[in-house]
Design a protein around this ligand. Sequence first.
Ligand code: DGP
Length: 121
Amino acid sequence: MSYDKNNIFAKILRKEISCKKIFENEHVLSFHDVNPQKKIHALVIPKGEYVDLDDFNQRASDHEIVALSKAITEVAKILGISVDIGKGYRALTNLSEHGGQEVSHLHFHLFGGEKVGKMVE
Ligand code: DGP
């Protein structure tokens, strides 16, 4: 699938739509999910144009890949849910149709602040 520049997260990155920002650096933006599924529900996205994790791992630079991975832990620390200062969390990403992906810009969900529950329904 080719990247759709009009997806909602591309609009957030271009500041055409606002978000509740948690963290930002050269390669990554993190913000609260508009429709939280748990007490804490954050999203962590690369700034580059990648549809999903497979696309990212095939085309992103090592620097971008490391930055996204490290940002997940950084955001968890900011939110107080990381393993060292909190009680843990779930990080997941959905890919395409069977994964249930709705927004076609790679994003990791971070769920926490309470027991997250069953891994899949
Ligand atoms: P997924 O199904 O994995 O593609 O998750 C997409 C998530 O994006 C979903 O949890 C809701 C969230 N979302 C959709 N539109 C917006 C928006 O405009 N702002 C924010 N902050 N989150 C959004």
